[in-house]
Design a protein around this ligand. Structure first.
Ligand code: ITT
Length: 196
């Protein structure tokens, strides 16, 4: 079964594609079709994930999986949230977003730096599928004062997981996936797909 992975984010592809392949899907990244990105006009991770999956399904005629995710920081009232990818501006790099976050939290004391990653994965059987599969995972951590680690992507170097004593960027790919918002959403999605 072919499926288009509706993301232009290479970090997401690395964390999703191999398990979906092992699950039995023939995963084709959106970039291989040269599809442009969908406009993310939704107010929720769920809406944006559906918009992205629908856009890719429309453009390819294939079933589509999309990931909308982000970081919600308690001391910032849940920001950057759905705006995580463009926190420091529309064309901001991961590094610029992360620097902006550290700056925003400069005066927030240790003990008040809690945050959650969220990931919503959506599976659309076809562009006008009225009952998409929608799965959510979240991951609790704390924002560090300095980046640490080379793995992962995005905010991983400043996302510290106390129970493990590491940032997400200091974890191996399988270790991160065993704990992360995306790993949990993926597990739920594969269960949902197995059940129809
Ligand atoms: P697509 O829309 O093409 O999938 P995107 O990067 O624009 O790519 P989002 O709009 O979902 O995706 O933004 C998610 C942002 O949240 C992402 O760019 C990261 O900065 C952050 N993020 C999500 N999951 C993360 C993770 O596992 N580790 C670190 N940062 C993450």
């Amino acid at each position: 079964q072919k499926v288009v992975l509706a993301t232009g984010n290479a970090g997401k592809v690395r964390e999703l594609a191999d398990l979906l392949e092992r699950f039995g899907l023939d995963v084709i990244a959106q970039t291989e079709f040269g599809i442009d990105s969908a406009e993310e006009t939704g107010m929720t991770f769920i809406e944006n994930a559906i918009l992205k999956a629908r856009h890719a399904a429309q453009a390819t005629g294939l079933p589509a999986i999309a990931d909308d995710s982000g970081l919600a920081v308690q001391a910032l009232g849940g920001a950057p949230g759905i705006y995580s990818a463009r926190y420091a501006g529309v064309d901001a790099s991961d590094r610029q977003n992360l620097e902006k976050l550290l700056h925003a939290l400069e005066n927030v004391p240790d003990g008040q730096r809690q945050a959650h990653f969220h990931c919503v994965l959506v599976y659309l059987r076809h562009a006008d599928d009225p009952t998409p599969l929608v799965c959510h995972g979240s991951w609790a951590g704390e924002i560090t004062r300095v980046p640490a680690g080379e793995g992962g992507f995005g905010y991983d170097p400043v996302f510290f997981v106390p129970a493990v004593g590491k940032t997400a960027a200091e974890m191996g790919r399988d270790e991160k996936r065993g704990l992360s918002h995306r790993g949990q959403a993926l597990k739920l999605l594969m269960e949902a797909m197995r059940n129809g």
